[in-house]
Design a protein around this ligand. Structure first.
Ligand code: PMP
Length: 423
């Protein structure tokens, strides 16, 4: 028995499914999860002494790779000053100013502790500001595990909002309307029927939770226009895309300005952080300025702010090298997969985000994404894992490439892909 197997067996006795977040259980790839011990740069090391080139990168925060010395040193120094004060600090001001500089649409920003909290809070603000209850989300987009957002469309009717999870009362999701990603008509229909009750559209500007699915040309601008027309707000959930697709996120990349933005992952530099912010008049609804209540004991805590601030400053300073480099590495892997598998797979790649879908269809939405053969993905995943490459243990997640991935890491990855035999 390996150390990972032993730890997993013991963990299952005291932690639901042995893990603190479901995808880590490797359920959809039929393997025992690998228990990790440490990580540095592009590599992650398990409890059995194996090392892997890591393309999960903690699901997105690790854009500089793991344990960047500058971030670690800053965090260690911050620890000496105390872990949490529950009072305002200079660092909170500095990170809010920097977020505003990098994403000018974020005029006022509030720090929270996770992406889930950020989106949940942004929706409350949107509802408070507009005085409307309904929100539109897209099938296949993930915005955290708050009750009202754990909804996908019933197959019979787009507007039938059925909870994805036990324990979510149907009444909590009745205000969540479901549209199809990359499908303007599905959005138009909802607005034509219920536009005066819709507070906001929330969207991942590049969907990355049904695998990576970029928006087609004009889709985000269409969302901007229709929300303007009906007096609803546009919320970009940039938990994944923020500071990754470009320094200014998807809103800079596509040139579409949302009313509110939610952030997570990179903004915390590897610590538990989320953030939401946007238009001054809208965010002025948040307590203590306005009547929308939202609070947090550990929000904006100095250690997390130090990790985030240090990471963002490095990205800002080195943006001209970092973003082209991570895009180039990712494109090289994408091209290798395409030339190796031909049209038996479909690869979506944008910036340093990519997914290999085991389907011959072009993947543009949830239906085409779930046409993928997850058993084929599981075999590919296992082959890569056994050869020292750590990919997301699910077909429907993004592959994250970091600035720490060297030419050698990328070449090793590409060579392995070329040698892969499907049957
Ligand atoms: N929004 C998006 C787009 C996400 O990808 C995620 C998590 N991967 C969340 C929100 C939720 O963030 P968290 O897991 O930090 O609660």
């Amino acid at each position: 028995m390996t150390n990972s197997q032993d730890l997993f067996e013991k963990s299952q006795k005291v932690i639901p499914g042995g893990v603190n977040s479901p995808v880590r259980a490797f359920g959809s790839v039929g393997r025992t999860p690998v228990f990790m011990k440490k990580a540095k740069g592009s590599h992650i090391f398990d409890e059995d002494g194996n090392s892997y080139v890591d393309y999960v990168c903690s699901w997105g925060p690790g854009i500089l790779g793991h344990a960047d010395d500058r971030v670690i040193d800053a965090v260690k120094a911050a620890c000496d000053d105390g872990l949490t004060f529950g009072a305002p600090t200079r660092k909170e001001l500095e990170i809010a100013e920097l977020v505003n500089e990098l994403m000018p649409s974020m005029e006022l920003t509030r720090m929270v502790n996770s992406g889930t909290e950020a989106v949940m809070s942004a929706l409350r603000v949107a509802r408070g500001f507009t005085g409307r209850d309904k929100i539109v989300k897209f099938r296949g987009c993930y915005h955290g595990h708050s009750d009202g957002l754990l909804v996908k469309a019933g197959s019979a009717a787009l507007t039938q909002s059925v909870p994805d999870s036990l324990g979510v009362p149907k009444s909590y999701t009745q205000h969540t309307l479901i549209a199809e990603y990359n499908n303007e008509d599905s959005v138009k229909k909802l607005f034509e029927a219920e536009g005066k009750d819709i507070a906001a559209i929330v969207v991942e500007p590049v969907a990355a939770n049904m695998g990576v699915v970029p928006p087609h040309d004009g889709f985000l601008q269409f969302l901007r226009d229709i929300t303007n027309e009906y007096g609803a707000l546009l919320i970009f959930d940039e938990v994944i895309t923020g500071f990754r697709l470009s320094l200014g996120g998807a809103q800079e990349y596509f040139g579409v300005k949302p009313d509110l933005t939610t952030l997570g992952k990179i903004v915390g530099g590897g610590m538990p952080v989320g953030a939401y912010g946007g238009r001054r008049d809208v965010m002025s609804m948040v307590a203590p300025l306005g009547g929308v209540y939202q609070a947090g004991t550990l929000s904006g805590n100095p250690i997390a702010m130090t990790a985030g601030l240090t990471t963002l400053r490095i990205l800002q300073k080195e943006k001209d090298t970092i973003y082209p480099a991570i895009e180039k590495s990712t494109r090289q892997i994408a091209d290798t997969v395409r030339s190796t598998f031909g049209d038996t797979v479909h690869v979506n790649q944008i910036g340093s985000l990519m997914s290999v879908f085991f389907t011959d269809q072009e993947v543009v939405d949830m239906d085409t994404s779930i046409s993928s053969d997850t058993a084929r993905y599981a075999k590919y995943f296992s082959y890569m894992l056994d050869n020292g490459i750590y990919l997301a243990p699910s077909q429907f997640e993004a592959m994250f490439v970091s600035y720490a991935h060297s030419k050698e890491d990328v070449s090793k990855t590409c060579e392995l892909i070329k040698k892969y035999k499907e049957n």
